[in-house]
Design a binder for this molecule. Structure first.
Ligand code: BTN
Length: 325
């Protein structure tokens, strides 16, 4: 009840766009006293919202904090399902871990776990993922598509296209996708995507899509070892980016392209992905678990597998590797 009323109050404050919202009306609707509503206003102020009061008229929103909480994200949402249910944390170990638990417990398609900070953020191949507080987008989305486990790896490419389109809309910048799912600007990493699976033998139960995006970090926010290889949108664009709005855009494109993939197969996604790829046509080194090979990237197959032409003329499909260009 507590958070339902508070969220409703916040929603009305946003929708009123600075006009007063009647505390009495909300109190009546939920059968509460005006003092109870006033307490929620105080709680919101403690969370960083600036709220004004006009006698006999109600409360109005002056400023909302730079937080990627449910209310701030949902005010920008245009989706049918994705982001309708958001669990928000000031800090957590890893949104990916929480999303796995939520999915096991039956969380709905499109449920999103977002945290301002992660203390044990994880990247691909169990590498640590730097997740400084209040500067990035650290989120995991639970997707329940009708796909076989064999089709699941393509969801990584679907997500990469969705994120790249969202960056493009938000900043006007064309980012590059490095196979399979690193998103780079000027050769430096902006976003990493981690796709994990809960599956039956012939049907995916849930895809846990972890997205880590460097948004408003300054140079000193990055650990030394990342200076040469990572950057943030703020550093590229020159001004801070509204993280909540960007999350809503990512969810919008993700819902659109996931639906497209389910209905029309990988063909349309492949075309979009190849348009953003910085890998196709390049000479690359693919470091795999047991071997390293060098060749020219021909593109991706209809299954999302990277096709590499080796120096002896043979063609190899790469399913999972670290790529250097
Ligand atoms: C990569 O190695 O490039 C993938 C990085 C994925 C990081 C994100 S941040 C949100 C989610 N929670 C995690 O612990 N990891 C993913």
């Amino acid at each position: 009840m507590n958070s339902i009323v508070k969220n409703e109050l916040l929603k009305r404050l946003f929708e009123a766009e600075g006009e007063p919202v009647s505390g009495q009306e909300i109190a009546d609707h939920y059968g509460l006293s005006r003092t109870a509503i006033w307490k929620y206003v105080k709680e919101l102020e403690e969370e960083g919202y600036e709220i004004g009061t006009i006698r006999k008229k109600g409360y109005f929103l002056i400023k909302s904090p730079d937080r990627v909480n449910e209310a701030n994200v949902q005010k920008y949402l245009t989706t049918k399902n994705y982001g309708k249910y958001i669990r928000y944390f000031e800090t957590c170990s890893s949104t990916q871990i929480i999303a796995h638990e939520e999915a096991q417990n039956g969380a709905l398609d499109g449920t999103v776990i977002i945290s301002e900070e992660q203390t044990a953020g994880k990247g691909r191949m169990a590498r640590p993922w730097s997740s400084v507080s209040g500067k990035g987008i650290w989120m995991s989305i639970i997707i329940r598509p009708t796909l076989t486990p064999q089709q699941a790896p393509q969801m990584t490419l679907v997500a990469a296209v969705a994120v790249t389109r969202a960056i493009q809309e938000m900043t006007g910048i064309d980012a590059d996708i490095k196979w399979p799912n690193d998103i780079l600007i000027g050769g430096k990493k902006i976003t990493g995507i981690l796709t994990e699976l809960q599956s039956d033998p012939d049907q995916v139960k849930a895809i846990i899509l972890g997205i880590g995006m460097n948004v408003n970090q300054d140079e000193e926010d990055f650990p030394d070892e990342l200076h040469a290889i990572a950057t943030s949108l703020k550093r590229v664009v020159g001004n801070p980016i509204d993280r909540a709005q960007l999350i809503a855009k990512i969810l919008g494109f993700l819902e659109l392209y996931t639906e497209m993939y389910e209905k029309h197969g990988f063909g349309p996604i492949k075309i979009l992905w190849e348009g953003f790829s910085n890998t196709t046509g390049k000479r690359i080194r693919a470091v795999m678990l047991n071997e390293t090979i060098v060749g020219t990237a021909l593109g991706i197959s209809n299954e999302g597998v990277l096709e590499l032409k080796l120096d002896d003329g043979s063609i190899r499909g790469i399913y999972s590797a670290d790529i250097t260009i």
